[in-house]
Design a protein around this ligand. Structure first.
Ligand code: PHE
Length: 354
């Protein structure tokens, strides 16, 4: 073997050892990539440099040394790849260890929320009426900020009629005819303006009255309006529906009474009282010492109201009712003071389970 050949052979073996040592010190993919360029780079790589010396060898020596150069090249290539794989695997293991989740660890306690008692009552009432074929009107069909027309005029309250004083109304400064609705009965007009009989709907919502706040009355409370218009509807249909409702909501045993009453938009009109659950009719502060609590007003839709929305009162008759949600809830859950519904006291609210 010629000295040149011997020298190249030496260099090649040395290069392989050097690459092996250098790779052992790498700690990132970039380190490995840098070494690849350093040893195997096409232009400046160390191996390329050595290979250039092959041309000085004799024809006889060249094949063997050339083969050795390829062997060394492959060996370094393999070492680089192995190192890359090892580093990738290390990174993966580190990440897995970092993100490990101990599924046996107890979770963080998140207290479950509950529905507000008034929501529970509204849901239950709607459910009962749904069972009798009444559909619930979408809340946004009937605004809380309403005009005099829908809250009073279309409901047959003549201008300056004392009946308007029955409901102390909040007026807004958006205009003398813009008010906070004092009853959900605006839903009757709004619905009949866009629908023809047969009509069978219920509409829950908030109403406002300028009243002195007490255990039984608030400035804001909730009502559920009901409206049925069809051919041959009678007062006994109304009584049947309301009796059925009271039975399903309060139970068969709870005494109930119908009283003659007056509303401008119904004729004849009635009010329904339920015997006070807190004192069983003995009289207490909650029922104003009457022994009974009024829960709803009702009656046959006045022909004038039907005419106003272009429904022929000769062909169609109907009934309407409006119930106070807070009253229903007080009786159902034996709550003495309506203000508790708005105090946001979790000790109170936690007692109600849907
Ligand atoms: N809107 C009446 C009130 O708030 C209740 C009612 C509704 C009466 C429908 C008759 C018919 O007192």
């Amino acid at each position: 073997m010629s000295p040149v050949s011997h020298d190249i052979q030496d260099q090649l073996q040395h290069l392989q050892q050097e690459a092996q040592a250098a790779l052992a010190n790498t700690s990132s993919l970039k380190d490995v990539e840098d070494l690849r360029i350093h040893f195997l780079g096409r232009k400046e790589g160390r191996l390329t440099h050595i290979k250039r010396g092959l041309k000085d060898l004799s024809e006889a020596e060249r094949p063997a040394i050339g083969a050795l150069a390829n062997e060394v090249s492959n060996a370094i290539e393999t070492m680089l790849q192995e190192r890359l794989d090892a580093l990738k695997n290390e990174a993966l293991q580190a990440q897995l260890a970092k993100e490990a989740i101990d599924i046996t660890m107890p979770g963080t306690y998140v207290p479950g929320g509950q529905l507000h008692p008034l929501t529970l009552v509204i849901d239950e009432v709607l459910d009962i009426f749904h069972g009798m074929g009444f559909a619930a009107i979408d809340d946004n069909v009937c605004p809380e900020v309403e005009t005099d027309y829908y809250n009073f005029e279309a409901l047959n309250f003549p201008a300056d009629h004392p009946a308007r004083d029955m409901q102390d109304t909040f007026y807004t400064d958006a205009g003398s005819n813009v008010l906070l609705r004092s009853q959900t009965s605006n839903a009757q007009i709004r619905f009949m303006e866009t629908h023809r009989p047969p009509i069978r709907v219920v509409a829950p919502g908030r109403v406002y009255r300028n009243e002195e706040v007490s255990s039984r009355k608030g400035v804001l409370f909730h009502q559920i309006e009901g409206l049925l218009v069809d051919e041959k509807t009678t007062f006994s249909d109304l009584k049947g529906v309301l009796h059925q409702f009271v039975k399903l909501f309060f139970g068969q045993e709870r005494p109930t009474r119908f009283r003659n009453s007056f509303f401008p938009f119904t004729e004849p009109s009635a009010e329904v009282d339920v015997q006070c659950i807190l004192c069983n009719g003995q009289g207490c502060r909650t029922c104003g010492h009457h022994g009974w609590l009024e829960i709803l007003g009702a009656g046959m839709v006045d022909p004038n109201v039907l005419k106003g929305v272009n429904i022929d009162p000769e062909k169609y008759t109907g009934f309407a009712f409006g119930m106070g949600v807070e009253r229903l809830a007080m009786l159902k859950y034996s709550i003495r003071d309506l203000r508790l519904f708005y105090s946001n006291d979790v000790r109170f609210l936690r007692q109600f389970k849907g």
